[in-house]
Ligand binder design. Sequence first.
Ligand SMILES: Cc1cc2nc3c(=O)[nH]c(=O)nc-3n(C[C@H](O)[C@H](O)[C@H](O)COP(=O)(O)O)c2cc1C
Ligand code: SF4
Length: 610
Amino acid sequence: MQQSEFSDISRMLTPILARHGGDASRLLQVLREVQDACHTIPSGAIDQIAAHFDVPRVNVEGVAGFYSFLSSQPVGEYQMLFSNNITDQMLGKDELMQYLCNKLWVEQGRVSEDGLVSVGSTSCTGMCDQGPAALINGWPLTNLDQNRLDLISELIRARKPVAEWPPMLFEVVDNIRRSDVLLGEPLAPGAAIGAVLARGAKETLAEMDKANLRGRGGAGFKVASKWSFCHAAIVEEEGGVICDVGGNPERYMVCNADEGEPGTFKDRVLLTSYADLVFEGMTVGARVVGASKGFLYLRGEYRYLLEKLEEVLQKRREAGLLGNNILGQAGFSFDIEIHLGAGAYICGEESALIESLEGKRGRPRNRPPFPVTSGYKGRPTVVDNVETFACAAKIAEKGGAWFGAMGTAQSTGTKLLSVSGDVARPGIYEYPFGVTVRQVLEDSGAEGRSYAVQVSGPSGTTISWKEFERKIAFEDLPTAGALMVFRRKRDLFQAARNFADFFAHESCGFCTPCRVGTELQKKIMGKIASGHGTASDLEELKRLGHILKTMSHCGLGSSAANPVLDILEKFPDMFESKLKAYAFEPAFDLDGALETARTITGRDDEWAHL
Ligand SMILES: Cc1cc2nc3c(=O)[nH]c(=O)nc-3n(C[C@H](O)[C@H](O)[C@H](O)COP(=O)(O)O)c2cc1C
Ligand code: SF4
């Protein structure tokens, strides 16, 4: 590296490194800022960052190579990434992306020769209720159409800084269509914390138990159990004595705002308009388990919320709701730090999230030990979903019996649903658990036209119109919150293919069944889509699905075949209509590969009869 290049990089890096200090857990945050500044991670910067954190260069390279928003190759000064969820595709994403490429004279996935612009795709950006959506240098663009793309291409050609683009391009609305106790009844900041201090930490845990609150991130684990395990971890470790001085009493509360499951956007709305409620819930949890530090793990796609969330945190500090001696209670100290992700769906998995919080690649850990006993930096850590914390705040305020009276026996309270796809009114719907899919379809303006619903995103379940009486509840249709609706005549094979591509792209590559299995699944789906599939490919998909489900290391791999297998089972004609008549065709197209040689040598006729 030339001396001048070294100095340029140093000049750019010095303030970034100074701001983040020497703790290597800040590595990902540093790399994010370097990417923003340089539109790449320069090789010279890697050396200097490694020296600063005193870690091997290969560690920094490993992190830089893992996250899709970080790149060792330069991206355009203006990087436009179209959201590639199936709902965006249904709204014309592919055609719009090509339209923009034509306008800007750039190929998809390439950087223009002058380095000005690159156009590509990214996994769902969480704007399915206002798609087609995209990110421009990380900022969300919604409701894209040709008129907006005309304007965007003019702005890019004029090299107008993104910060000066018309605000209407970046408008993100909440689209709350139905509210219940969570969204409809505001909580005064501090009300839930005050109630906990009056009632006591142990007693608040008993209220969570009485409420039977279960995690809203998908798995539905009981919150009271998780919180008490986390609390007990230290009681055991310190020989039965809760240790507040000496030893290491640290426990952590982590709010999982990774929201990477395509079709899910309810956490975005909670963080936009109910951030106080979420932070209040984290503080309630901190009091119960005895944590003094919390993290909000915010997905990179929601980076635009960062400043607003920091403001809410600052106001809470000023109001005595965060910091030392919260609400005047001596010894009750808790604060929250926001950590940004960088485009990796796997970082929603709690142990991968903790790795990412520590500044590493987001690779799921072996379990046990579970995070409640050994999580962030090896300390007991609670990881809960955004909506779970919002519910916890309401329970702390109003009591477990109040919450437990709503919903069904095994699924108490209400659930936020992100509804998108073929509906007249996409957005957020809050219902008591137990609502039927049919009711949601009716309310969102889909009834009569619907054919299938993807419940809980690609990793969830595909249901057909015959199952619309099924209930949203852990005992019937569990969901982290996404309902993507497909009307009649939608090609569900395309939906299955989109989901297969998603899993292949998002597999972290750690274990072979998932790394290879998701790629093979994607390849076979591509083969069928191109008209070369045969009946044996369907058998191969089933065999692969079994391997993925039973042999993967984590939930991503074990659910990666769900949509393909569900759609194949419930809508077999969607696959069969695309197959060739005979039973087998090799994946490698020998005839196609020889075509060019035949044309060049003029031996077409000679070969034709063979
Ligand atoms: C691949 C994968 C992605 C996940 N993504 C999320 C996510 O974005 N948000 C979330 O809350 N939970 C997600 N989870 C579930 C978390 O691992 C964890 O169960 C959850 O955060 C616990 O919170 P809860 O008990 O409040 O639901 C994901 C799990 C897997 C396997
Ligand atoms: S199942 Fe997939 S995502 Fe999970 S650890 Fe294995 S490769 Fe990574």
